[in-house]
Design a protein around this ligand. Structure first.
Ligand SMILES: *Cc1c(COP(=O)(O)O)cnc(C)c1O
Length: 226
């Protein structure tokens, strides 16, 4: 078995164990294999093991791989989204995890109308208000929530976050919990379901699942060190 096959098997075991611990179904957790910096050949190894959801954080890198790989792969856009990339990202990705401001959301909505699309998106939260990271603060999202709901084209499926880097994965737990609670708060307020929570990476995805993640974004644990 290749490393990728063994790694995917091990990750699936951890997903099942985390779901069992928290009374969830493993069917409710989508593993996104993050393929940034890895070649199309490596991505195909994952595909051959049955992996169908993959994530990239740069358009150009994704566009170099998409034509080389089976059309049944589902591409997720997880990186910072620049306005000048929106027109190309919307039609090529099944879910955009990184809508990080009201302005970007409004622009993406306009472009989606021009293109005749109803893209599924997540709103990215910067819960710790880190300088180095993009995303809504919790308060900014509360403030912008009504305006976001008025967008007719964007289907807001949920929230995404990347917590502050840390050595102990338990330190991510409060951020994951805060994302779920914010989702619950907004969903209840306006009866908007927002079923998706994109949270958890190689170091902390079991904890994210315990806290309700529906989409985990896992790179190095699948493909090895970058
Ligand atoms: C690179 C990246 C990941 C995957 O990180 P790993 O630590 O390799 O699992 C997840 N989410 C985002 C936004 C990323 O840029």
């Amino acid at each position: 078995m290749s490393d990728v096959a063994a790694n995917l098997t091990e990750i699936q075991q951890h997903i099942h164990a985390a779901c069992a611990r928290s009374g969830r179904s493993a069917d409710d957790v989508t593993l996104i294999a993050v393929t940034k910096t890895f070649s199309a050949d490596r991505v195909r190894e994952a595909y051959d093991c049955g992996q169908r959801h993959v994530g990239e954080n740069r358009l150009q890198e994704a566009e170099s791989k998409i034509p080389l790989l089976p059309a049944s792969l589902q591409w997720h856009y997880i990186g910072q989204l620049q306005r000048n990339k929106v027109r190309k990202v919307l039609p090529q990705f099944c879910l955009i995890h990184s809508i990080d401001s009201l302005r970007l959301a409004q622009y993406a909505d306009e472009v989606a109308r021009e293109l005749g699309l109803f893209p599924q998106v997540l709103l990215q939260l910067n819960l710790a208000n880190e300088e180095s990271k993009a995303g809504f603060s919790a308060d900014a999202l509360r403030e912008d929530w009504d305006s976001l709901l008025r967008l007719e084209r964007l289907e807001i499926m949920g929230l995404m976050t990347v917590p502050p880097a840390c050595d102990d994965p338990e330190q991510s737990r409060p951020w994951f919990r805060a994302l779920r609670e914010l989702r619950d708060e907004l969903a209840t307020l306006t009866e908007t379901p927002m079923p998706y929570l994109s949270m958890g990476m190689s170091g902390d995805y079991p904890i994210a699942i315990e806290e309700g993640a529906t989409h985990i974004r896992v790179g190095s644990a699948v493909f090895g060190k970058r």
